[in-house]
Ligand binder design. Structure first.
Ligand SMILES: [Fe+2]
Ligand SMILES: [Fe+2]
Length: 296
């Protein structure tokens, strides 16, 4: 399962900050863009927005479908018309694709996740916060661009959305081991079903569903193998595993490992449990991190 970003060409830059950066991706190639916004007349057979002589035009096959004076508000209206034209949906629903709405929903859900998690006394951080923290550090180490770092942090904050309330269950239930094992298998599916109902969070679907898949196909829930596992799920999956091993692994597995023991385990499992290239980069990153900073 993979979610393709919608390609947008915009020579006016007007749409920047309006569209959900996780659903849309800017391109300089007009031919493969699904959405075109231009400041000059284009000879293309797709509907596009033209900004010319202080006027906004929605153009289809050289016909003007809509004209208005230029203002940001009018631009938003015309952009929604174009989106609804392309996606064949009601403009109202497409409002959900806008960045503000996505942020609002994502922030609320992230707060809820942290609220339900058990905080580590030493660092005052929960599992999700630590995974997001190290995902960001790893992305910075790889010198990713700012928006991609923001994206991986956001995805890491959402990765265990299907576990809301489970740690409470583990703490207070007599059958906690059983519940833990059952739920660990289910939370990826539960999370993706939850997300299916929230259009604003669809971009996190891959990570929520596939962060427990293993490179050799022995993970869950879909037993995906190798590069079939979405990249961000592989990325966050390694950090997720590392955090689990160093903080919560129970004696049915191997008990809590030190960071150094966990590194050895990752090393041993390159090409088995973990993406060999990404896993090796992670090892280099975490070794460098541990040489300078306190492990949390
Ligand atoms: Fe998980
Ligand atoms: Fe997790």
């Amino acid at each position: 399962m993979s979610f393709k970003k919608i390609k947008i060409y915009d020579s006016t830059n007007l749409s920047k900050g309006l569209l959900n950066i996780f659903l849309f991706e800017y391109t300089l190639n007009m031919d493969d863009a699904e959405i075109v916004i231009s400041n000059k007349q284009e000879n293309i057979n797709k509907t596009y927005i033209l900004l010319k002589n202080e006027q906004l035009n929605l153009i289809e096959n050289n016909h003007n479908l809509f004209i208005s004076d230029f203002s940001i508000e009018n631009f938003q209206v015309i952009l929604l018309k174009l989106l609804s034209n392309i996606f064949n949906e009601k403009p109202f629903e497409l409002l959900y694709l806008l960045e503000d709405k996505r942020k609002e929903v994502a922030e609320f859900i992230k707060n809820l996740i942290v609220l339900f998690e058990v905080e580590d006394k030493k660092s005052s951080m929960s599992h999700t916060q630590r995974v997001a923290f190290y995902s960001k550090k790893f992305a910075e180490y790889l010198k990713w661009p700012e928006d991609k770092i923001e994206l991986v942090y956001d995805l890491a904050m959402l990765h265990d959305v299907g576990r809301i309330g489970i740690e409470q269950l583990m703490l207070f239930s007599k059958t906690r081991v059983y519940d833990l094992e059952e739920w660990d298998l289910e939370h990826t599916v539960a999370g993706s079903i939850f997300l299916a109902n929230r259009k604003e969070l669809w971009y996190a679907m891959d990570v929520v569903r596939s962060h427990h898949e293993y490179w050799d196909g022995t993970g869950y829930p879909d037993h995906l193998k190798g590069e079939k596992i979405p990249y961000m799920a592989r990325f966050i999956g390694i950090i997720d595993w590392f955090d689990w091993a160093t903080h919560t692994a129970t004696s049915e597995h191997f008990g809590i490992l030190t960071p150094e023991e966990s590194i050895e385990y990752v090393e041993f499992n390159l090409g088995k449990k973990f993406d060999p290239i990404l896993g090796e980069k992670f090892i280099n990153f975490i070794k460098e991190y541990l040489s300078k900073e306190q492990f949390i």
